[in-house]
Design a protein around this ligand. Structure first.
Ligand SMILES: Nc1ncnc2c1ncn2[C@@H]1O[C@H](COP(=O)(O)OP(=O)(O)OP(=O)(O)O)[C@@H](O)[C@H]1O
Ligand SMILES: [Mg+2]
Length: 433
């Protein structure tokens, strides 16, 4: 069957006859996932080969399997005003599910991610996401509520994260510059998410740690999203997993790029990059900066171990309102995470233990720091934040083609670079990976 574009999907949603191929909520009492931990025997990608396998497994019974028609109702027919973001997988819409859409479902705001069938990611990433997030539960991982597969269409339904991504706040400054303490809290939450993955009974390597994959709830609590590139950690005596190099330029560990050898320490390096972004307010790669400053790590790393020079690279929008000691310790930690030698990088548990006490430091100079916090009046607030995200997206989505939009937003993403060059190869290789 030929591929359908987003437009044809919307049309097919519109003419959908309302036949729900999965009319009953597929949630059984046999749930094996605890609320804060990994399941007893987590299934791996090689245990599941099709969406049908998925729905028959314990993963399917943990999640709602929605029909396209239900998700169309939840998102006002994937209306443009519900569009809250767009990445390599496809567009993301805000929606709302309740009893009227699916009996038994908790009434809640959701984010619905729709695979762009002409885009740069595909079925494999969709399955990987469902397999990992359908089983892993932790306060610092975004909750997958359900999924949809009908014909070639693939969708994912998540809890709605009101404040969107760290990328939007740090670089697009939707609500003004992020205060120092909020930056630290975000770093601690993200570190806890990674530590959980690395220390699970069957460890997980996240592989795509970056500012746009760190989502924030209404209180700026951090949750990691996007498990489409995640991998099971090495088994037995193996020191690493061998895999094709996937991820985003500027965040990937150098040894992983050179050898394709993936370890939990690759995630630690990426964490170091995000910590550096939080300190400096600069993107990991920015082609608009002077040549020697375009790669953030190359430019800023030498300053990290020199307390006297740290203020040269600190985000000027903080206006000096940060704990000097906290910034020095965070900078020294970022330096360790960014070590060339993986052995010198700390474990994520150590990262958490180093960062958390920095929240207690009270040497932040007082000043007039303006940060716009939306007032807390229910749905209105949610809409306002979603609108802000949608507006930011609308601004940058001047072109209609999804690939073009993604390329313009993520010029360094090796996902689309690789895909545009080697799309057929990737599909061929997917099974062998
Ligand atoms: N659960 C969610 N709640 C609220 N907003 C979300 C949610 N998931 C995604 N978004 C929004 O949609 C945007 C796009 O997310 P997506 O993960 O598809 O792409 P990305 O991370 O920006 O890019 P890439 O595909 O390169 O990883 C996010 O930056 C965020 O603003
Ligand atoms: Mg993402």
């Amino acid at each position: 069957m030929g591929k359908l574009s987003l437009g044809s999907l919307l049309t097919s949603c519109f003419i959908h006859k309302g036949i729900n191929t999965h009319p009953q909520p597929r949630r059984s009492s046999a749930t094996r996932v605890s609320d804060h931990g990994s399941p007893d025997q987590r299934l791996s990608c090689h245990d599941i080969s099709s969406p049908e396998d998925l729905s028959l497994s314990s993963i399917g019974s943990n999640l709602y399997i929605f029909s396209l028609d239900e998700l169309k109702k939840a998102t006002r027919s994937f209306s443009l005003c519900n569009l809250i973001g767009e990445g390599g997988f496809g567009p993301v819409y805000k929606g709302f599910v309740d009893e009227r859409i699916r009996p038994g479902v908790k009434a809640q705001a959701v984010a619905v991610k729709l695979l762009d069938l002409e885009g740069v990611q595909g079925q494999k990433e969709w399955m990987t996401e469902v397999i990992f997030l359908g089983q892993l539960r932790h306060p610092n991982l975004v909750k997958l509520i359900g999924y949809c597969y009908e014909k070639e269409h693939r969708l994912l339904v998540y809890e709605f994260m009101e404040k969107g991504s760290l990328e939007n706040h740090l670089f697009k400054r939707l609500l003004g510059p992020l205060p120092w303490t909020t930056r630290l809290q975000i770093a601690v939450g993200a570190a806890k998410g990674l530590a959980f993955l690395h220390e699970a009974e069957k460890p997980v390597i996240y592989r795509d740690f970056k500012a746009s994959n760190i989502l924030l709830d209404k209180d700026f609590k951090t949750k990691l999203s996007d498990f489409g590139l995640a991998k099971d950690g090495p088994e037995g005596d193996a020191s690493h997993v061998s895999t094709r190099v996937m991820g985003t330029e500027g965040y990937c560990a150098p040894e992983y790029i050179m050898t394709g050898h993936l370890t939990a320490k690759s995630d630690v390096y990426s964490f170091g990059v995000v910590l550096l972004e939080l300190l400096t307010g600069q993107r990991s790669v920015d082609k608009t900066r002077p040549n020697r400053e375009q790669n953030l790590v190359t430019w800023a790393k030498p300053f990290l171990k020199n307390p006297d020079k740290l203020n040269y690279i600190m985000d000027s929008s903080l206006d000096g309102q940060y704990s000097t000691l906290g910034a020095q310790r965070a900078a020294a930690l970022a330096h360790k995470c960014l070590s060339h030698s993986q052995k010198s990088r700390p474990l994520m548990r150590t990262v958490v233990e180093t960062l958390e006490p920095l929240l207690e430091l009270d040497d932040i100079p007082m000043g007039t720091f303006v940060y716009n916090v939306m007032d807390d009046n229910g749905g209105e607030n949610e809409d306002t934040d979603a609108d802000a995200n949608a507006n930011a997206n609308a601004k940058q989505n001047g072109v209609n083609n999804h690939d073009e939009r993604h390329k313009s937003r993520f010029p360094n993403s090796s996902i689309h670079r690789a895909t545009s060059l080697k799309r057929k190869d990737q599909r061929r290789n997917r099974r062998s990976e």
